[in-house]
Design a protein around this ligand. Structure first.
Ligand code: NAP
Length: 251
């Protein structure tokens, strides 16, 4: 049976709110983890079930208990502390995310979808993606120079999700959007081994997450997504068919 009971970390975030609204209206139950009680009413208005619990203060056991109590069938991670405070970024985007993976394994939850970022990769030891052109390389240099600790935290979390899955046995997918916009979703993107520079709206990223949840072929794949002109379901189907995993061999 497809997962219908979701635990969403970072529930009050901008992408997460779109995820909550889209999944709730499609019939999923979305348990939305937030850290401020005053955010609860707005999550309920989207159709989510708010759970007030700070990620930084939650152990693996705390998270696993939450998953068991809410009968979680799939975890979605869309939390992040931003790039302004590297210590908090490491505490949330790296350590909190890794604890949530361990918690999923402990609670017996298989499906795990991570919202990460495009161009998260080991730039020291691995080659530049061969499909990058000069503008992608320029973007990569600029982003890593500006927010290196944030990218490193994402890399550590994503590497753990993929490389340490032998002990967890999760059915993971990593969704890797490029720079996000607040524009309304258009339902069209490009996905897979794509050029990195075309912004994508948060609403469309949420639709990519929803599509991955439905599509078993995305299990075990990291999928880059950017603005484009291909309907989301088609773009994801093509990335799956072509096994276009932009993280493979780069961590
Ligand atoms: N900005 C970009 O261009 C970009 C590009 C690619 C990928 N991403 C990634 O995409 C994801 C979603 O982005 P977004 O725009 O939706 O980010 P966002 O609006 O900043 O959402 C992140 C959420 O994480 C929550 N959070 C942080 N620390 C927490 C804690 N200790 N306990 C519980 N929740 C906590 C925040 O809660 P509060 O509301 O309480 O602060 C916030 O609501 C993030 O992981 C981001 O790094 C961003």
């Amino acid at each position: 049976m497809a997962a219908s009971n979701i635990l969403l970390f970072g529930g009050s975030g901008k992408v997460a709110r779109h995820i909550t609204r889209q999944l709730a209206s499609a019939g999923y139950t979305v348990h939305s983890i937030i850290r401020k009680a005053e955010q609860s009413a707005s999550i309920e208005a989207l159709g989510g079930k708010p759970v007030v619990q700070s990620i930084e203060d939650s152990s693996v056991d705390d998270m696993a208990k939450l998953m068991k109590a809410s009968n979680t069938q799939a975890v979605i991670w869309s939390a992040g502390a931003g790039a302004g405070n590297p210590d908090r970024t490491r505490a949330v985007d790296r350590d909190g995310a890794i604890r949530s993976m361990d918690a999923a394994a402990k609670a017996g939850v298989k499906r795990y979808i991570m919202v990460s970022a495009i161009d998260v990769r080991d730039r020291e030891a691995r080659p530049v993606p061969e499909w990058y052109d000069d503008s992608d390389k320029e973007r990569s240099d600029r982003v890593w120079k500006a927010i290196g600790p944030y990218m490193d935290a994402k890399l550590a979390a994503d590497r753990s999700l993929v490389a340490e899955n032998g002990r967890r046995g999760l059915e993971w997918t990593i969704v890797r959007p490029t720079t996000l916009s607040e524009d309304a979703g258009v339902g069209k993107i490009e996905a897979g081994k794509v050029r990195t520079t075309e912004k994508i709206s948060r609403e469309d990223v949420a639709a990519v997450v929803a599509e991955c949840l439905k599509r078993d072929g995305t299990k075990g794949m990291a999928i880059d997504c950017v603005g484009g002109s291909t309907p989301i379901a088609d773009a994801i189907a093509r990335a799956v068919e072509e096994k276009a995993d932009a993280f493979e061999g780069r961590y």
